[in-house]
Design a protein around this ligand. Structure first.
Ligand code: UTP
Length: 298
């Protein structure tokens, strides 16, 4: 029997410099894809996978995330008195239950590995899921649920991966693939941001992990790695010497909402999936692509 994964860590302490000036006073995790903040997609995915406790590692300017996952009594009363019951129901569905959230601070954005380490006391000595909320997915079931299914079989540590063009590997953590099917294969190595020549494959780590608590001990010893930040991949590589890692090449499509193109594409794709607006939006898109000559100014 594997130990159940009850807790998820969501690091949201990054600076979001790629979205300045939008992120000057507002966290990038609150940017909306259609009408839902990016962070809500990751929270919904975690809850669908059976997660019972959400640990947010926050930083400066992130108080609004805490407010988003709290009740807004005035708003709820107003919606009720105006008969906006569908909206009210949606707000209630989105909200984790009382006591299911914790917030801790990463006082300085020293890197993802450091952000995860900040959650160590809240997570304790249990396996946990790690979701980078910038990454959202169109998939059925959710990516974390697909990973939980693999975890039931394999235990240990599980990482979601996807294929990219081999020329693009240098922006990502890359894994080496061993035996097993797409739904759960052994990982035999990993490297952060390799050159295409050094890369062991074109399978990149795509922002979802199930990790054993021993990672915290390794993170606490870790020094700065690639890009001057404390990287999670370095500690995972050490953990590989002690515990198995399983890769899940998930079914679905990812959108990196930490980049402008990923964020804009996500808005288009998720809008076209919404019965209330899809048709009208598609008409607008058709008109736009037909009417506007696409030119790029030098
Ligand atoms: P990114 O590197 O994509 O986020 O980190 P960033 O630094 O906010 O973005 P840019 O490059 O400046 O635009 C991936 C995830 O890890 C979190 C981020 O909030 C994001 O969810 N993170 C990163 C932290 O919580 N702390 C850190 O020190 C670094």
């Amino acid at each position: 029997m594997v130990r159940r994964v009850r807790t998820a860590v969501l690091p949201v302490a990054g600076l979001g410099t790629r979205f300045l000036p939008a992120t000057k006073a507002m966290p990038k995790e609150m940017l909306t894809v259609v009408d839902k903040p990016v962070i809500q997609y990751a929270v919904d995915e975690a809850r669908e996978a059976g997660i019972e406790h959400l640990v947010f590692v926050t930083g400066r300017n992130k108080g609004v995330i805490e407010d988003h996952f709290d009740r807004q009594f005035e708003l709820e009363a107003t919606l009720e008195s105006r008969g906006k019951l569908e909206e009210l129901e949606q707000l209630r569905r989105d909200l984790p239950r009382a006591g299911q959230t914790s917030f801790t601070r990463q006082q300085e954005p020293l890197g993802l590995g450091h952000a995860v380490w900040c959650a160590r006391d809240i997570v304790g000595r249990e396996p946990f899921a790690l979701l980078l909320p910038d990454m959202i997915f169109k998939s059925e079931p959710g990516v974390l649920k697909q990973m939980m299914d693999a975890y039931e079989e394999s235990g240990g540590n599980v990482i979601a991966v996807e294929e990219v063009d081999p020329a693009d590997v240098a922006s990502y953590g890359v894994v080496a693939r061993g035996e097993g099917p797409d739904s759960g294969f052994s990982i035999t190595g990993m490297v952060e941001k390799p050159s295409p020549e050094e890369a062991p494959s074109n399978l990149i780590i795509s922002g979802r992990y199930i990790l054993q608590p021993e990672i915290f001990m390794l993170l606490s010893e870790q020094t700065v790695g690639t890009g001057g930040e404390i990287q999670i991949t370095d500690s995972m590589r050490h953990l590989m010497d002690m515990q198995p890692f399983t890769g899940v090449k998930y079914e679905g499509r990812s959108f990196d909402c930490g980049s402008k193109i990923g964020f804009l594409t996500a808005n288009v794709v998720f809008a076209l999936d919404r019965p209330d607006i899809a048709e009208t939006f598609m008409d607008e898109l058709r008109a736009l692509t037909g009417e506007i000559p696409i030119t790029v100014e030098e």
